[in-house]
Design a protein around this ligand. Structure first.
Ligand code: PLP
Length: 370
C-alpha cells in the first residue's frame, strides 16, 4: 500500500508515538490532583504546552488544549460571541457549518469570496466592524493554497474585529508565527502534523476574551472543562517538537515530489491543476476532465494507492467540492478532483508508483466511459 492522503490524516511520527504509549502507561494521574501522580501528569502536560507554543511562537499560557481542529474552530467562533461572522467561502466545514449554525441563531453571516487561483483576496466588506469575527484559513485543505492571513488580520484589526485562523493544514508543515500574522485565535490539530487523533489546541492571544462552550470542572483556565488527556497532549507536544525539527528538510523534499507528480500527470490528456500561487509543500489537487473523482479514488484504492477525492469530508458524496465551486472551476472539472497529499514518511521511490497508479486509473476509466 502507498499512503498519499496525509491531508486527511498523517501516520504518527516515531517520537510522538513513543510518547503516547509511554505516557499512557506511566502517567495515569489526573493533572488536577494534588499528589505525586497528579503533579507528574501536570508537569508533562505543561512541557507539551511549551512545545506547542514554541511551534507557533506563542506563549505557553496562550495554548488551550481541545479535542482537535473541529473543537478549536467551534470554541473560537462560538466563544468570541461576536454578532457578525465573516468566513471565507473555502473554509473547512468545521468553520463553515459552525458559522451557518450561528447564523441560524440570529448572527449575521458574511461569506468572503475566493478567486480562480484559490486565494481569498484580503478585502473586507463595509459591514465588518468591532462586533465581528473574521475567519480565514492558513492553507486550504483541498488545494493546499496559502491564504493572505497576515493582510486579512491587519484589515480585521483596522475595523476592531477579532481575527481567527484555522491553521490545521499548515502548522507543522510551514513556519508559523502568530505574532507576525497578527492572529487573535488559531486552530491546530495534532493528527495533521504527525501526532495522534482526537487532540489539538486553540491559540488564544493574551487579552482576547472567550466564553467556554463546555462547562464543568474549569480545566484549561475555564475554557475547556474535562479531565485532560495527558497521553494525547504529551504526544501532541512531542509531534510539535519533531515537526519543527523536520520542517525545512521535509518541505523541500515534499515540494519536489509534488512538482514531479504534477509535471508527470499533467502530461495526460485533459488534466487540470486546482490552485495556483504559493502552496503547502505536500498537497496537490488535480481534476481529470470527464472522470468522477470518486471513481478515480476507488480505482487507485484497488491498485493499493490511498488518495482522496477533493477532501475526505466529501467521501461517498459526489457533490462538487464547495472549494472548487468557490474558485469558479469549470463544470466538467468540479466532480473530478483527486487530492494527492504527501507527508513525513513519503519516500522518493513512491513517486513513480503514485504517477503510474493514477495514470493507469485515469486511462482505464476513460476507456470505460467511451
Ligand atoms: N480545519 C481544516 C482546515 C481541516 O483540514 C480539518 C480536518 O480535515 C479540520 C479543520 C478538522 O480537524 P479535526 O479532524 O482535528 O477535527
Amino acid at each position: 500500500m502507498i499512503y498519499a492522503d496525509y491531508a486527511a490524516s498523517s501516520p504518527m511520527m516515531p517520537r510522538a508515538l513513543n510518547k503516547l504509549t509511554e505516557t499512557a502507561r506511566d502517567l495515569y494521574g489526573n493533572p488536577s490532583s494534588m499528589h505525586q501522580a497528579g503533579e507528574e501528569a501536570a508537569e508533562i502536560m505543561e512541557k507539551a504546552r511549551r512545545q506547542c507554543a514554541a511551534l507557533i511562537h506563542a506563549d505557553p499560557g496562550e495554548i488551550v488544549f481541545t479535542s482537535g481542529g473541529t473543537e478549536s474552530d467551534n470554541l473560537a467562533l462560538r466563544g468570541c460571541g461576536r454578532r457578525r461572522i465573516a468566513v471565507s467561502a473555502i473554509e473547512h466545514p468545521a468553520v463553515l457549518r459552525t458559522a451557518e449554525a450561528l447564523a441560524a441563531q440570529g448572527r449575521e453571516l458574511i461569506v468572503l469570496p475566493a478567486d480562480s487561483s484559490g486565494v481569498v483576496p484580503a478585502v473586507l466588506p463595509d459591514a465588518v466592524d468591532g462586533d465581528t469575527v473574521v475567519s480565514l484559513m492558513l492553507a486550504n485543505n483541498e488545494t493546499g493554497v496559502l491564504q493572505p492571513v497576515k493582510e486579512m488580520a491587519a484589515l480585521a484589526h483596522e475595523r476592531g474585529a477579532v481575527f481567527h485562523c484555522d491553521a490545521v493544514q499548515g502548522v507543522g508543515h510551514i513556519p508559523v508565527d502568530v505574532r507576525e500574522i497578527g492572529c487573535d485565535l488559531m486552530s491546530v490539530s495534532a493528527h495533521k502534523l504527525g501526532g495522534p487523533k482526537g487532540i489539538g489546541f486553540l491559540y488564544v492571544r493574551d487579552g482576547v476574551h472567550l466564553d467556554p462552550i463546555l462547562t464543568g470542572g474549569g480545566q484549561e483556565r475555564g475554557l475547556r472543562s474535562g479531565t485532560e488527556s495527558v497521553p494525547l497532549i504529551a504526544s501532541l507536544g512531542e509531534a510539535c517538537a519533531e515537526a519543527a525539527e523536520r520542517m525545512n528538510e521535509d518541505a523541500a523534499r515534499l515540494s519536489r515530489y509534488r512538482d514531479e507528480i504534477e509535471r508527470e500527470l499533467m502530461l495526460l490528456p485533459d488534466v487540470r491543476r486546482n490552485g495556483e500561487g504559493e502552496r503547502l509543500p505536500g498537497i496537490c489537487s488535480l481534476s481529470f476532465g470527464g472522470i468522477g473523482g470518486e471513481a478515480m479514488t476507488l480505482m487507485c484504492g484497488l491498485r493499493g494507492l490511498c488518495v482522496s477525492s477533493g477532501s475526505a469530508c466529501h467521501s461517498g458524496d459526489e457533490r462538487p467540492s464547495h472549494v472548487l465551486c468557490a474558485m469558479g472551476v469549470p463544470e466538467k472539472y468540479l466532480t473530478s478532483a483527486l487530492r494527492i497529499s504527501l507527508g513525513w514518511n513519503t519516500e522518493e521511490s513512491e513517486i513513480p508508483e503514485i504517477v503510474r497508479c493514477v495514470g493507469e486509473a485515469a486511462e482505464l476509466l476513460r476507456s470505460m466511459s467511451q
